[in-house]
Design a protein around this ligand. Structure first.
Ligand code: GLC
Length: 639
């Protein structure tokens, strides 16, 4: 991806205008807006090579010609959605801005022009131009994890679809309806788990989702009459105008800044849902389409600089979902069917939690704006949550909690858990006695306990105000910190390691989780100095910080949590370095990560640590933590 230069913009505009006049001569459809004209004072964002678009629950990914994938929350996944079938297609130009996506293709001796846009719960796509014999093929289906599961997904979600006329499909999945309206008659094939369609170009397609079929239909009809580009651009531009101004001097960093705000804002959604009553931010509308616990904590941290109330709101569903035993769940699915297909649990949440970053987010929000009501709510929820860790994740009652499930750790496939998974496989019963749901030998993880230390410290600060026992929380916090230092530090290698709960032996894997001891302020000065040596050796890759030290034989720069780099870990480490006064290391880390993200700009889920190549989900929420790093680094004059 790249930001367009004005010369490129002019060239593209000329091409697009030329195509409009060609189209006007030969085709019946009205040429609509190709280049969205921003009014003065509007915030503009134009990127080249970007192919993702989203509205509220609706999201689409453009293919090389047509729409590769269309998603509606976790209820529908239409793939392909609208593939363009034509001989001799050649891309000429494409553009993405706050109005939507536009592309010009050569096709034989004619042209094709595509426009796609999304706003609210509707999406519109059109294909027009002078080329002849062009067809569009697509499908409408329920959400599924893998194609093989589509039949099971259809059953679990109660998928059904009908075609009331030759231009319309209405599909149902788990209480939601998706209406698809075409401008020309199509050939439909209605199956148990999928509807396929084929229609000739020129063609416009509008799609909308809603809680009732009539609402979905009228939204789709409206989107067909009045494509949504203008509304979308206005809404996004107004939202971006509310973002804090970029302090950085570098133009590319300023573009990255604006783009990351777009990512965070556009990932927000609201839905009429029993477990997700408040608006929240999806980690990525293209891949991760419900609410996750630690993701939302990170989102709230960034949002606190945008609007403290929005940041509070980001956490409310999670507090609301707290279980009677105090656990705050790992995730809240939009779709029970998807939760069932993934976890085998007939609910919106599984049995796990996730890294307790909530307290860090709460503290950040309260620093920005101390709202008594929110503070009380958070205090009470966190106090119950913390007790749950003591009761349900600390079988040896030493004050250090353990992860008993790799997915609970947030570091799904990490090398950190290889040994624990092997131990478990040899004798599951041994671990299930204390933890009936365990899927690995319990590991007292360094990052988990640093986060719990911070949670306990926050609880001790808030306790006097809300009638709690500050001393008890302080005592527990200090005990946690002392145990991290006492049991997890290895003097020989100068590093902090996770330990197995059963024997407190160290898990011999170096990961950036150790840097959370600086973030939490637990590491002693000389320990921190040794950590910085590791930062510049095992973790100093093209894109720092790989999720396992590169001297580990299992280090794979592209491996999921096995060597890729993630922005949340860079964020923790940046603030740890700042806290201990390692200014040049903090500056080096910020500069490297910002430089590579600005190259796109990209805001991906993770990056190849050896090459910097963006990987994983695009427009990933917690990668916007880089905004917090940029703000601080720019204030210090480092960027
Ligand atoms: C993946 C990550 C996990 C994250 C989730 C949503 O499962 O491993 O940490 O919370 O995606 O982004």
């Amino acid at each position: 991806m790249g930001v367009r230069s004005s010369a490129e913009e002019k060239k593209l505009l000329a091409l697009l205008l030329e195509s409009v006049s060609l189209a006007r001569q030969r085709e019946p459809m009205k040429a609509s807006v190709l280049y969205f004209p921003f009014r003065r004072g509007c915030v503009a964002l134009a990127l080249s090579g970007k192919r993702e678009l989203c509205g509220n629950l609706i999201a689409a990914v453009m293919g090389d010609a047509g729409v590769e994938r269309l998603l509606f929350g976790e209820f529908f996944r239409c793939e392909p959605f609208a593939l363009v079938k034509a001989e001799g297609l050649r891309p000429l130009a494409e553009t993405w801005d706050l109005g939507g996506f536009r592309r010009l293709l050569a096709c034989g001796d004619g042209y094709l022009r595509e426009e796609a846009t999304a706003c609210g719960d509707a999406f519109a796509y059109s294909l027009a131009g002078s080329a002849r014999g062009v067809r569009v093929e697509g499908s409408i289906a329920p959400s599924y994890w893998s194609r093989e599961q589509i039949g099971e997904a259809a059953k679990l979600s109660g998928f059904r679809a009908e075609t009331p006329d030759s231009r319309t499909v209405v599909a149902h999945s788990e209480g939601f309806y998706l209406a698809v309206k075409l401008s020309a008659p199509a050939r439909f094939e209605v199956g148990e788990a999928e509807v396929r369609f084929e229609a000739p170009a020129p063609l416009a397609i509008a799609v909308a989702g809603a809680r009732s079929s009539s609402a979905a239909l009228s939204l789709a009809e409206e989107a067909l009459r009045d494509p949504l580009a203008g509304r979308r651009a206005e809404q996004l531009s107004a939202a971006l105008a509310g973002a804090p101004p970029p302090l950085a001097r570098d133009r590319r960093v300023r573009e990255l800044w604006r783009y990351c705000w777009y990512v965070l804002i556009s990932n927000r959604c609201s839905v009429d849902h029993p477990a997700l009553r408040k608006p929240f931010t999806m980690p990525s509308k293209y891949v991760f389409r419900h609410q996750w616990l630690w993701d939302s904590a990170f989102h709230a941290i960034v949002l606190s600089a945008y609007d403290a109330e929005m940041a509070e709101e980001e956490l409310l569903n999670l507090f609301h979902a707290q279980k009677p035993d105090g656990r705050i769940p790992h995730e809240i699915f939009l779709s029970k069917a998807m939760c069932k297909a993934f976890w085998g649990v007939d609910d919106y949440s599984p049995w796990t939690t996730q890294p307790p970053v909530l307290a860090v987010a709460v503290e950040r929000i309260l620093e920005r704006r101390f709202d008594e009501g929110f503070a009380k709510l958070a205090y009470e929820a966190l106090a119950r949550y913390d007790r749950w860790f003591s009761e349900r994740r600390d079988a040896d009652r030493d004050g250090l909690a353990a992860y008993i499930d790799y997915l609970e750790s947030g570091w799904d496939d990490s090398v950190r858990w290889d040994g624990a998974r092997e131990r478990f496989a040899l004798d599951p019963g041994r671990y299930r006695a204390a933890y009936p749901e365990a899927r690995m030998a319990p590991v007292e993880a360094v990052d988990l306990n640093c986060l719990l230390y911070l949670q306990r410290a926050l609880l001790s600060k808030l306790a006097p105000r809300f009638g709690g026992d500050a001393e008890a929380w302080r005592g527990l916090a200090e005990r946690t910190a002392a145990l991290v230092k006492g049991l997890m530090w290895d003097e020989r290698t100068g590093f902090f390691y996770d330990v197995y709960e059963e024997d407190h032996s160290k898990v011999p894997v170096k990961t950036p989780a150790a840097f959370l001891t600086m973030f939490a302020g637990i590491a002693e000065r000389d320990q921190a100095e040794r950590l910085v040596e590791h930062l510049y050796s095992g973790f100093w890759t093209t894109f720092p910080l790989p999720t396992v030290s590169r001297d580990d034989p299992r280090y794979d720069p592209k491996g999921y949590w096995r060597g890729r780099s993630w922005i949340n870990l860079a964020w923790f480490t940046y603030w740890g370095l700042v806290k201990y006064g390692f200014s040049s290391a903090a500056r080096d880390l910020a500069a490297r990560v910002v430089e590579l993200m600005a190259e796109g700009p990209t805001c991906n889920e993770n990056y190849n640590s050896a090459t910097g190549e963006p990987l994983g989900a695009p427009d990933f929420g917690w990668s916007t933590l880089i905004l917090d790093v940029i703000a601080d680094a720019a204030r210090r004059g480092w960027i």
